[in-house]
Write a protein that binds this ligand. Structure first.
Ligand SMILES: [Cu+2]
Length: 349
C-alpha cells in the first residue's frame, strides 16, 4: 500500500515509498516542490475486475494556446489514448481528449503522473466507489506513479472529467475533457427511449484569467493568498477555441452543419466558474436531458442559463436554411456584467 502520511505541515522535500500495492495501484504520496500540499498516496485500486474499455492518460503542463490577439497562454491537460474518442498519443490538448463509452461498460482510467507533482481524475457525475472518485482532498492524489480509476456509467448522457487536485487552479488551467456515455443503442441515440440525432456538436464554454497561468501547481496550498479568490477572465473560449475560429486542437467541431430535416444534438458543458447564458441565434431547441439524466418531458428554449459544471443536451431540427450564431455570455457572478462572449455556429443547408 502507498504510505499514508500523518502530517500535513511538512514543508521539506520528501520522496515516498511507492509501496507494493500490486496491480495498477501505487500512485505515491508525499511530495516535494513546495510540499504544503500533502495528501495520502494512492494505494492499489480495490476490487479491480477486467475492463471493457481502458483509457491511459498522462499529464501535460506545457500546452500552448494561441488566442486571437496573438497571445499564447500556457494550459495544462491530460494526454493519452485508448478507447472511444481517444487515440491520440503524446502531447496533451486543451480540452483534454474526449472519453466516449457505452452505458454499462466497465471502464478503467489509468492515470500516470510521472513527475513529482499531484493530480487526479474525477469523472464528474459518474458516481463510482469513493476509491475511484478522484477527489484528492478526501481520498488521495496520484503522484509519481499510476492509479486506476474503475467506473461503470449507469446513465447515458453528457458528462466531463477533470483534475481534482488544488481544483480551483487545475480546472482553470484546462485540466478537463468531455465524457460521453452512449446508450446500448449506440451513438445516434441520446438515451434509451429518448430521441435520435443525426449530427452532434460539442459546446464547452470556459473563461481564462491569464494572470493565473504562470502559477505553480501548488499555488495557494501553503495558506498564502495567491489570488485564487479573484477570477478576472480576459479570454473566453468554446471547446478550446478563442472566438469563432476553427477548432485548432483535438477538439470536436464547434461549427456544425446540418441539412434541413436532420436533427442536431448539441452537448453543452458550462466549464467555467462564472455563470453563462447560451443563446441560439433565433433557433429553438428542445432540452431532452441535463447532467446525464432525462427531463420528465422535453422543454423548448431559445437560450439557457447555466452554472459551473452543468450540462445540457439540446436537439435542434432547423426548418430553414441559413447560418445561426450560437453565442454564450460569461456573466460576472456578483455584478451580473457580461465579461465576454464566445461564438460558434450552426449552418443549415
Ligand atoms: Cu491537476
Amino acid at each position: 500500500m502507498g504510505r499514508r502520511r500523518s502530517s500535513n505541515t511538512d514543508t521539506t522535500t520528501t520522496t515516498s515509498s511507492m509501496g507494493g500495492g500490486g496491480g495498477m495501484g501505487g500512485g505515491g504520496g508525499g511530495m516535494g516542490g513546495g510540499a504544503c500540499y500533502v495528501y495520502p498516496g494512492a494505494p492499489a485500486t480495490p476490487g479491480l475486475v477486467n475492463a471493457d474499455v481502458t483509457f491511459n492518460l498522462g499529464i501535460d503542463m506545457n500546452i500552448p494556446l494561441t488566442m486571437d490577439d496573438g497571445t499564447t497562454i500556457n494550459m495544462w491537460g491530460f494526454s493519452g489514448s485508448g478507447g472511444g474518442m481517444g487515440g491520440m498519443g503524446g502531447a496533451g490538448t486543451f480540452p483534454s481528449p474526449a472519453m466516449r463509452v457505452t452505458e454499462g461498460d466497465i471502464v478503467h482510467t489509468n492515470l500516470s503522473v510521472n513527475m513529482m507533482m499531484m493530480h487526479t481524475i474525477h469523472h464528474h457525475g459518474i458516481e463510482p466507489a469513493h476509491t475511484s472518485d478522484g477527489v484528492g482532498h478526501i481520498t488521495w492524489d496520484v503522484a509519481n506513479g499510476t492509479y486506476t480509476y474503475q467506473w461503470r456509467p449507469a446513465h447515458a448522457g453528457t458528462y466531463f472529467y477533470h483534475c481534482h487536485t488544488n481544483t480551483v487552479l487545475h480546472a482553470e488551467m484546462g485540466m478537463y475533457g468531455a465524457l460521453i456515455v452512449d446508450p446500448p443503442e449506440g451513438a445516434g441515440t441520446l438515451f434509451s427511449g429518448g430521441p435520435d440525432y443525426d449530427v452532434e456538436a460539442f459546446w464547452v464554454v470556459d473563461e481564462i484569467d491569464s494572470s493565473w497561468h504562470t502559477l505553480p501547481w501548488t499555488a495557494g496550498t501553503c495558506g498564502g493568498d495567491v489570488g485564487l479568490n479573484e477570477l478576472n477572465p480576459d479570454y473566453f473560449v468554446i471547446t478550446g477555441v478563442d472566438g469563432s475560429g476553427n477548432s485548432a486542437m483535438n477538439a470536436p467541431p464547434i461549427s456544425a452543419t446540418v441539412q434541413r430535416g436532420q436533427k442536431l444534438l448539441a452537448r453543452y458543458i458550462c466549464a467555467g466558474y462564472h455563470p453563462q447564458k447560451i443563446r441560439f441565434g433565433g433557433l429553438t431547441g428542445k432540452i431532452y436531458a441535463s447532467d446525464g439524466r432525462p427531463l420528465p418531458k422535453p422543454v423548448s428554449v431559445t437560450e439557457i442559463r447555466a452554472a459551473s459544471a452543468e450540462r445540457y443536451d439540446i436537439i435542434f431540427e432547423p426548418a430553414q436554411t441559413g447560418t445561426y450564431l450560437i453565442e454564450t455570455d460569461i456573466i460576472h457572478w456578483v455584478s451580473g456584467d457580461v465579461l465576454g462572449t464566445t461564438r460558434a455556429s450552426i449552418t443549415v443547408v
